[in-house]
Design a protein around this ligand. Structure first.
Ligand SMILES: *Cc1c(COP(=O)(O)O)cnc(C)c1O
Length: 352
């Protein structure tokens, strides 16, 4: 606390990102980064643009949005791009929800949502997931200021089927509220709702290049939705910072969109590694939530979440742990290379 802070900043309860240690080399399974490098075309494009920083970048990211439109069979004006999907989410909270009614997101979900609600002073309710960590669709088909949830959910990894997502979108469309589906992990095994934005003018689907595109350090995300929703996001961006993506990010992301085959291949490898780990953990009697993401939500038999996290850290492996409520005994483990996961599995064996 400092005497110069205004009331708004005094009340904020900011997000704490997973650590990026500088002290020594860990096996980093704590922030869901992709263990494989980006497509070669991405690095080529970024290198080429490096002589070109004198002029501002295109504030409308036209070439990137055109590449996205081609890739998904939509129009360029049905896409918005941002400095990571976190920035887009922050804009959404300011654009689509009201302070006179509660917005809804699951009790176990991306921990940035309550932070954005705090930033924009928005009331919210958090319907509880079922005992098996499934989203209860009925709980999100009620009058409210709007709905946001990750699919697959984070940190559980559990996915909701597309028809269930669309049941929520259709209900909220009738009562005039926006539904935001945060598909940060969709490429690892869930069904995307992107094609449904054509038929649901209240549905916004957000993707990131940070996980399945191996570009967490470039900071690019995008949203697909009706052009009315997209225009609202442009209004917020252009009231804040028109150049949210720099030239390197624009060309790198465009090349990533055009390198589909490369990414399908590396993400298939991650899915195969994930399934091998699930089988190995089940054989050691760990509790593993079925995952459609590039991480596992895991409970070790007879070891608290805190001790499991500490034990792994002592062995040079970082994972993510939330010491709260019914997830306190779980840890979230990103899927690394096969060699990374062999180290993780060996550490698990020692710890139980
Ligand atoms: C990682 C993540 C994001 C943020 O991704 P960036 O594009 O890197 O900002 C958003 N939502 C969920 C659920 C995530 O896990």
């Amino acid at each position: 606390m400092n005497q110069y802070w205004n009331k708004r900043i005094r009340k904020l309860d900011p997000y704490v990102p997973g650590e990026q240690p500088r002290d020594k080399t860990y096996i980093k399974l704590n922030t869901n980064e992709n263990p494989y490098p980006p497509a070669p075309a991405v690095l080529d494009a970024i290198q080429k643009v490096a002589g070109d920083f004198r002029l501002y970048p295109d504030p409308g990211s036209l070439y990137l949005r055109q590449a996205l439109a081609e890739s998904y069979g939509l129009e360029a004006d049905q896409f918005f791009t941002g400095n990571g999907s976190d920035e887009i989410l922050a804009f959404c909270f300011g654009a689509f929800f009201e302070s006179d009614r509660e917005l809804l997101f699951p009790d176990i979900s991306y921990s940035f949502y309550p932070v954005y609600a705090g930033l924009w002073d928005l009331p919210y309710k958090t319907p509880a997931l079922s005992d098996d960590f499934s989203i209860k669709v009925e709980d999100f088909c009620v009058p409210c200021a709007g709905v946001v949830f990750p699919n697959p959910n984070a940190p559980t990894g559990k996915a909701l089927a597309l028809d269930e997502v669309l049941r929520i979108a259709a209900y909220q469309e009738k009562q005039g509220s926006v539904v935001i589906v945060d598909e940060a992990y969709v490429d690892f095994g869930a069904e995307s709702a992107i094609s449904a934005v054509k038929s649901h003018p209240n549905l916004l689907v957000i993707h990131t290049m940070s996980k399945s595109r191996s570009l967490a350090g470039l900071r690019v995300g995008y949203a697909a939705g009706d052009k009315g929703l997209i225009e609202a996001l442009c209004r917020i961006r252009d009231s804040f910072n028109s150049y949210t993506l720099d030239r390197a990010a624009l060309v790198g992301a465009e090349a990533a969109v055009r390198s589909e085959a490369y990414y399908t291949d590396i993400n298939k490898r991650i899915i195969a590694t994930r399934e091998r780990c699930i089988a190995a953990l089940n054989a050691m009697h760990f509790t593993v939530i079925p995952s459609a993401a590039n991480f596992l939500f895991v409970k070790a038999p007879g070891v608290s979440g805190l001790n499991f996290t500490k034990g792994l850290r002592d062995r040079g492996i970082l994972v993510r742990h939330w010491n709260k409520g019914r997830i306190a005994d779980f840890v979230r483990v990103s899927i690394g290379t096969d060699a990374d996961m062999d180290c993780f599995l060996a550490a698990c064996k020692e710890l139980i």
